[in-house]
Design a protein around this ligand. Structure first.
Ligand SMILES: *[C@@H]1O[C@H](CO)[C@@H](O)[C@H](O)[C@H]1NC(C)=O
Ligand SMILES: *[C@@H]1O[C@H](CO)[C@@H](O)[C@H](O)[C@H]1NC(C)=O
Ligand SMILES: *[C@@H]1O[C@H](CO)[C@@H](O)[C@H](O)[C@H]1NC(C)=O
Length: 732
C-alpha cells in the first residue's frame, strides 16, 4: 500500500494534512442516515434485523408493511420489483437532499456495526451511490461482458443492499415502471452497466465488501473472528470487516448461524444476543394465570427407565392444572408403566388424552395429532413436545423455555459423555446432519447461549400461535421420504420460522434406546452398559458416593466391611426378577459349588447367569465394589472375576439358615435385599472365629469379608417372612 492510498483510506487524515484542498468533506452526521427496508411480513428474520438495527441505533423505516408480497420467490425465479416500486414512492416524498438512504433487505440481513462506520466507509468509496457486490452474475449471465472490470474484488452488482444520497437514489429509481415480480436486480444492473447512467448517478460497487457482505458465493471468504470475547465477521479474501451481512439466495442457514454471533454483542460472559431479550418472567403471574401447555409425550420404541420418566414428569415445576397431557404410546411393552402413571396421577392434570398401541397409528400421525390437540384448543398457549427417551433433570425446564419467548425453543440435552445431542448446528446440502464449527463448543458448554439452529428434536416448546398461523398444515410431520422430525424441521425452516436451542442452563440428557432388552421383568437392570448414568441414579444407593469420603464403611467384625451399595429399588427389582424367573434350586439339586471342589452347602438360590445377568453383575462388581475392596484390603487388586453369584432365599419352612462353611472365594460380597423387621425376622451372619454376628442386616448394604481360612461363617436362621441376599464369590 502506498502512502498516498493509505492517506486516501482515511478521510480524516486527508483533511488533517491538506486542510485547504480536500476538506469540503466532513464526517456525515448519523442523523442524516435513514435505513429503508421492505417487509410485507414480520418474519423471525425481520425481527432479528430490527434487533440488530436497534442495537446499533439505526433509524429504520419499513415499507410495505401488511401489503401482500407479489415480488416472487427469491429462491427460484427473479423478482423483487415490488421493492423498487415501494422505494420509488418513498423517496419521491423525501425533501432533504443531503440525507442518505440505506436500502436493504431485512429477512436475511444483520448489522455487524453501527451507522458511524457505515457512513465513513461510504464516504471513502467516493461515490454518490454504492451497491453491494457479488462474485456471481444473476439473473442474466449474458450481461457479463458489459460489466466494467474492477481492479480487485467482485465485479457484479447485488441489489440486496445499497446506500446513496437521496437525489441520486431518486434518479436511480425514477425510470422504474416494472411489474412487482420483475427483477429488481436486473433493473439496477442495467443502469449500472450503462456508462452514461453510471456516471450521472455516480454509482460504484463495494467490490471488496467493506460495507456489504453478500454470502452467496462467498461462504469461504467469511469467517468469524473471536477477539477479546467479542465477535466480528471478517472477509479474509479482501481483509475487510463488512458492516452489513446478507444471507442472500441459498445462504439463509449461514446467516442464521452468523446471526448467533453478530451483531457483535455475543460475549462469552453473557451468551448470545437473544438470551435476555423480551424475557417474560412467570414469577409475576399467579399460578392460575400461567400459560396453558399441552405436553405431548411420545413413546415410539422400547425405552429404558420409563417409570423414572413419569416420576420426573410429576416433579416438573409447573401448575398441573395449567397442563394437559397428550400421551402416545406405540409400545405394548410400556402399557403397564403408562397406565400406572395415569391411574395414580392422571387426575392432577387439567386434561389427559391417551392413545395406545391398539390404535395403530404411526409416529408422524401421532405427532400431527398431538400438535393438532393444541392447535384446536383455544386455551392452548404452548405445545411442549417430549419424547420418552428424554431425561429432563432440570425441573424448571418448562418455565425457562416459556420465559425465552421464542417461537420454537429446545433445551439442549446430550447423551451422557457423548457429542450426541438433540440439535444440529448445520445442515448438509441434501438436508441431513452437518457439524457446525461451533457444535462441539456448544455441546460441551464452552459456549453458552440461545442458538438459532436448523434442526431440533426430542424435546422442544412451540408457541401455539404459530400452529394457528404459519404452521396450520395438519401434516407437518408427514413425508414419504424423510423422518417425521426432519420433515417437521424442514417445514418450519421453509416458513422462515427460527428454531432455537438453549444451553444457558443444564437441562438433562437423552437415553440410548439401543440394545434394550425387553425379555425380562425389570429390563432397566440390564442398562448398566448402555445408560450407565441413569442406571447408577436408579440403582446405586444415594450415599454410596459418600462412603469413601465420609468413612461410611463400617467394620462390624474384624476384616468385615459393611457399606451401602444398592438403592431400595435395585433390591426390589432384583428380588422380583428372581421370583419372576422362579426356578429356585431345591435342596435336592447338586449345588454348582461342588464342581469347583469346594464345600457343599447348598442354598435355595437362582444364579445370575440363569437370568443372563452375569455380564452386568460383573460390571457392577467392577465399578462399585472393586474400588472399595482395593481401599479396604490395600495391595489387593481385583478384576472382580466370579464364578458364583446368586440370590439366596431364606424361609423358615424352606431353608431358614446355612450351616458353618468357608466360601469358594478370595472375598465374598453379601448384599441384603430386603428389610429386617418389615419383610422377615431373624437372619444375619455369624463369623465363628471371632464369635461376631451381624444380626440386623440393612437393605441395600453389602457385607464384604474374606472367603477362606479366617472367615468361617454361618447364615443365622430366618424365623419369619422371607429373606433375600445377593451373594458373590469374587476371585475364586
Ligand atoms: C445507542 O444509543 C444509546 C442512547 O442514545 C446509547 O446509550 C448506546 O450506546 C448506543 N449504542 C451504540 C451501539 O452506539
Ligand atoms: C462521483 O462523485 C465524486 C464526488 O463525490 C466525484 O469525485 C467523482 O468524480 C464522481 N464520479 C463519476 C464517475 O462521476
Ligand atoms: C444417606 O445419609 C443420610 C445422612 O447420613 C441419611 O439421612 C439418609 O437416610 C441416607 N440415605 C439412605 C437411603 O439411607
Amino acid at each position: 500500500m502506498t502512502l498516498w492510498s493509505l492517506l486516501l483510506f482515511s478521510g480524516i487524515f486527508v483533511c488533517a494534512l491538506f486542510p485547504l484542498t480536500n476538506c469540503d468533506e466532513q464526517r456525515i452526521p448519523e442523523e442524516k442516515l435513514l435505513v429503508l427496508t421492505v417487509a410485507t411480513k414480520e418474519t423471525d428474520g425481520f425481527r432479528r434485523f430490527l434487533r440488530s438495527a436497534k442495537h446499533f441505533n439505526y433509524t429504520v423505516k419499513v415499507l410495505g408493511r401488511g401489503e401482500k408480497w407479489r415480488g416472487g420467490d427469491y429462491m427460484s425465479a427473479p423478482g423483487g420489483g415490488q421493492k423498487v416500486r415501494l422505494l420509488k414512492v418513498a423517496v419521491e416524498e423525501m425533501k432533504n437532499e443531503d440525507n442518505i438512504i440505506l436500502f436493504i433487505d431485512s429477512y436475511d440481513v444483520v448489522f455487524a456495526s453501527g451507522p458511524k462506520e457505515l457512513l465513513k466507509k461510504f464516504q471513502q468509496a467516493r461515490h454518490k451511490v454504492v451497491f453491494s457486490s457479488e462474485s456471481l452474475i444473476w439473473p442474466d449471465r449474458h450481461l457479463e461482458d458489459k460489466h466494467p472490470h474492477v481492479r480487485e474484488g467482485n465485479r457484479f452488482l447485488g441489489s440486496g443492499g445499497f446506500i446513496g444520497y437521496v437525489p441520486n437514489i431518486k434518479e436511480l429509481v425514477s425510470d422504474w415502471t416494472g411489474e412487482d415480480d420483475d427483477s429488481d436486480q436486473l433493473f439496477f444492473t442495467k443502469i449500472y452497466i450503462d456508462p452514461a447512467k453510471r456516471k450521472s448517478i455516480n454509482i460504484t460497487l463495494d467490490s471488496k465488501c467493506r460495507l456489504f457482505q453478500n454470502l452467496h458465493g462467498a461462504l469461504d471468504e467469511v469467517v468469524l473472528k473471536f477477539e477479546n470475547g467479542r465477535v466480528r465477521a471478517r472477509n479474509v479474501l479482501y481483509d475487510t470487516l463488512p458492516v452489513i451481512i446478507h444471507g442472500n439466495g441459498p445462504t439463509k442457514l449461514q446467516i442464521n448461524y452468523l446471526g448467533n454471533y453478530i451483531p457483535n454483542t455475543w460475549t462469552f460472559e453473557t451468551g448470545c444476543t437473544v438470551c435476555h431479550e423480551d424475557l417474560r418472567p412467570l414469577t409475576a403471574l399467579k399460578e392460575s394465570e400461567y400459560p396453558l401447555v399441552v405436553i405431548g409425550i411420545f413413546i415410539q420404541q422400547p425405552t429404558p427407565f420409563v417409570t423414572v420418566f413419569f416420576e420426573r414428569l410429576l416433579k416438573l415445576q409447573y401448575p398441573k392444572n395449567r397442563l394437559k397431557l397428550f400421551i402416545y404410546n406405540q409400545e405394548v411393552h410400556h402399557e403397564r408403566q403408562v397406565n400406572a402413571f395415569l391411574q395414580d396421577h392422571g387426575s392432577l392434570y387439567q386434561d389427559v388424552r391417551f392413545i395406545g398401541p391398539e390404535e395403530d397409528i404411526d409416529g408422524a400421525a401421532s405427532r400431527n395429532l398431538g400438535f393438532d390437540m393444541c392447535r384446536k384448543d383455544k386455551d392452548c398457549d404452548y405445545f411442549f413436545s417430549l419424547d420418552i427417551e428424554v431425561v429432563l433433570k432440570n425441573e424448571n425446564t418448562l418455565k425457562i423455555l416459556i420465559e425465552q419467548n421464542l417461537p420454537i425453543v429446545a433445551p439442549m440435552i446430550t447423551r451422557a459423555g457423548r457429542l450426541w445431542s438433540n440439535f444440529w448446528g448445520a445442515l448438509s446440502a441434501d438436508g441431513y446432519y452437518a457439524r457446525s464449527e461451533d457444535y462441539v463448543d456448544v455441546v460441551q458448554g464452552r459456549r453458552a447461549g440461545v442458538w438459532n439452529v436448523p434442526y431440533v428434536s426430542s424435546v422442544y416448546l412451540v408457541k401455539a400461535s404459530l400452529l394457528r398461523s404459519e404452521l396450520t398444515d395438519y401434516e407437518l410431520f408427514t413425508s414419504p421420504i424423510l423422518d417425521p422430525d426432519m420433515t417437521y424441521c424442514h417445514n418450519v425452516r421453509n416458513k422462515g420460522i427460527f428454531m432455537y436451542v438453549t444451553n444457558m442452563h443444564s437441562f438433562g440428557r437423552i437415553l440410548s434406546t439401543e440394545n434394550y432388552q425387553t425379555s425380562h421383568l425389570h429390563n432397566d437392570l440390564w442398562q448398566i452398559f448402555e445408560n450407565r448414568v441413569d442406571w447408577e441414579e436408579r440403582y446405586i444407593h444415594e450415599n454410596y458416593t459418600l462412603i469413601m469420603k465420609d468413612k461410611l464403611i463400617e467394620t462390624p467384625c474384624p476384616d468385615v466391611y459393611w457399606f451401602p451399595v444398592f438403592s431400595d429399588i435395585a433390591c426390589d427389582h432384583l428380588v422380583e426378577e428372581m421370583e419372576h424367573f422362579g426356578k429356585w434350586s431345591g435342596g435336592g439339586n447338586v449345588d454348582k459349588r461342588i464342581q469347583g471342589g469346594y464345600e457343599n452347602v447348598p442354598t435355595i438360590d437362582i444364579h445370575m447367569n440363569q437370568i443372563n445377568f452375569e455380564k452386568e453383575w460383573q460390571k457392577f462388581l467392577l465399578e462399585y465394589v472393586s474400588p472399595i475392596t482395593e481401599k479396604m484390603y490395600p495391595g489387593y487388586y481385583t478384576r472382580a472375576q466370579f464364578e458364583l453369584a446368586f440370590v439366596v432365599r431364606y424361609k423358615p419352612d424352606e431353608q431358614p439358615s446355612l450351616r458353618p462353611h468357608h466360601d469358594a472365594s478370595t472375598f465374598t460380597i453379601n448384599i441384603a435385599l430386603n428389610h429386617v423387621g418389615l419383610d422377615f425376622q431373624g437372619g444375619g451372619c455369624r463369623f465363628l472365629r471371632y464369635d461376631c454376628s451381624i444380626q440386623a442386616p440393612r437393605k441395600g448394604w453389602a457385607l464384604m469379608h474374606p472367603g477362606r481360612l479366617t472367615h468361617y461363617h454361618e447364615g443365622l436362621p430366618t424365623t419369619a417372612g422371607v429373606r433375600y441376599i445377593a451373594v458373590s464369590f469374587v476371585d475364586p
